[in-house]
Design a protein. Structure first.
Length: 396
């Protein structure tokens, strides 16, 4: 049974919420409670988070290899199964080791979902709407974070620190539901290029691919520091209450919902390069507001960061999709994601070490803001390469 493009994009958005909002970002949201209830060490917490990132890298390599043979929808379905199992194990974790196992599974599942997801969403609409479709698909991540934040706040008010297990239990149920829906409905119509051979070195055929990949790596380190330690920095450094810090984190999710929807269509109109440069600069500004520890700057930081956080991957994915078929996209986006994931891998443990050494989170957030600015500088390569190709009369 084939489904309408809009329904398919919404299914991809739901799968993206499971992959990223539940499988990855919920850990950062629940970290203060998990630390007090189970770990009692932010350094250990950073190492546990690293398990998820390492698994994401492994999953990315696997997806890049499998994309030559497996259709994107099949990869997404496999990722949902793996994510659901990982979330289920997190509800029963009794040690750092148990947390690491669950997060490893959600990391692999997240790669199988997210790497092919934007290409699939962008392939079912006309080129002029590609950025918008990919943005909507990515907005599921923001919706998932908003849901997880609200759920965490409600359950923590009643059950205290131990309620983090219940949050993961509810997310497990949603992941199982998403898996069932995608098994039944995620069947895109056949395309003329479905059986076309995947070109070798597809990523290198994309204008400005070096700057695009380098910028995505900068994004990975900057966002991993921000999302891993925003709540903790606001509670420990700025003196925010647990409820206040969680509410600020919820605004990241609100921004995430809107980011792809705003930046995706904007890149359709203004061009991918200019949108990337502006998005990275906005991300840097948002990160540097956190150490100030005051309102309304903290809330403004969360909103702007959320916009950039979901908008930038949507624009990156749209730029790749402009030049590649869906199956080529999965392999090329997977290779970009390796750079992103490697940088992301360094973020949580590095920031945790710097925070413990410096006695606060000022230095980690200054570093993250600088790295985001570097991402803007690298993205100028995309702008130049696209302009050069247009001047030469080569369509994208």
């Amino acid at each position: 049974m084939q489904v309408r493009p809009r329904v398919l994009v919404l299914l991809v958005a739901l799968a993206s919420a499971v992959a990223q909002a539940f499988g990855r970002f919920s850990y950062a949201l629940l970290l203060p409670a998990i630390d007090r209830d189970l770990l009692d060490s932010y350094a250990v917490a950073g190492l546990v988070a690293t398990a998820n990132v390492l698994a994401y890298l492994v999953g990315t390599v696997a997806v890049s290899a499998l994309s030559r043979r497996a259709r994107p929808a099949v990869l997404i379905q496999a990722g949902l199964a793996c994510s659901a199992l990982g979330l289920a194990l997190l509800t029963r974790a009794g040690s750092a080791w148990g947390l690491a196992v669950g997060l490893t599974l959600t990391g692999v599942g997240g790669a199988f979902i997210w790497v092919p997801a934007p290409g699939l969403a962008g392939s079912v609409v006309r080129p002029s709407r590609r950025g918008a479709a990919i943005g909507v698909a990515g907005s599921g991540i923001g919706g998932g974070i908003v849901f997880a934040s609200a759920l965490t706040w409600a359950l923590r008010a009643q059950g205290g620190d131990a309620s983090w297990r219940t949050v993961y239990l509810v997310e497990t149920a949603i992941a199982v539901l998403a898996l069932v829906l995608c098994l039944v409905l995620l069947r895109p119509a056949p395309r003329r290029d479905d059986d076309a051979p995947v070109r070798s070195a597809a990523l290198r055929r994309v204008p400005g691919w070096i700057g695009l990949t380098g910028g995505y790596a900068a994004y990975g380190l900057a966002y991993s520091v921000y999302t891993s330690y925003l709540v903790t920095a606001l509670e420990d450094d700025a003196g925010f209450s647990a409820g206040h810090a969680s509410a600020v984190y919820t605004l990241v999710g609100v921004g995430l919902v809107a980011g792809g929807i705003v930046l995706g269509p904007l890149s359709d109109r203004w061009g991918r390069g200019p949108t990337l440069v502006g998005g990275y600069l906005a991300m840097a500004a948002a990160i540097l507001l956190v150490p100030l520890g005051t309102e309304p700057l903290a809330s403004g930081s969360a909103l702007v960061f959320g916009l950039a956080m979901s908008g930038l991957p949507a624009v990156i994915a749209a730029h790749l999709s402009d030049s590649l078929t869906p199956r080529e996209f999965a392999g090329a986006f997977g290779r970009c994601t390796l750079a992103f994931g490697t940088a992301q891998l360094c973020g949580p443990p590095l920031a945790g070490f710097l925070a413990e050494t410096a006695g606060g989170f000022l230095v980690p957030f200054l570093l993250a803001g600088l790295v985001a600015t570097v991402g803007a500088a690298l993205s100028v390569d995309v702008l130049r390469a696209t302009a050069r190709r247009r001047a030469e009369g080569v369509g994208t």
